[in-house]
Write a protein of this length. Sequence first.
Length: 119
Amino acid sequence: MNLNDLHVYQLAMEIADEIWNIVEKWDPFSKWTTGKQLVDAADSIAANISEGYGRYSYKENRQFQYYSRGSQSETITWLTKAKTRNLITEEKFNQLQIKMEELGKRHNKYINSIGNSSH
């Protein structure tokens, strides 16, 4: 199995790209403040999944998956701030929240599988 075959990685990449497409339409101040934080947090999810996947031990892989879960929580915080600052609609927030919940479930399954298979 390769990294691109991991469903959790695919979903993390999809969410980050969706967030990028939203933020790139914001005014400069919103992009520079909330937007940069939101994009960085969302990008960090897949980046940490990838970094952990490339490590040589299960312990290191798990550690990076925990970092990735932290980035998931941070992304939700910045999405909430974007909603309360009227940068995204309630509907878009809810759609992304559902995707983030699915990502969390898939990520937990992946973490639990580390050491029980090839990846």
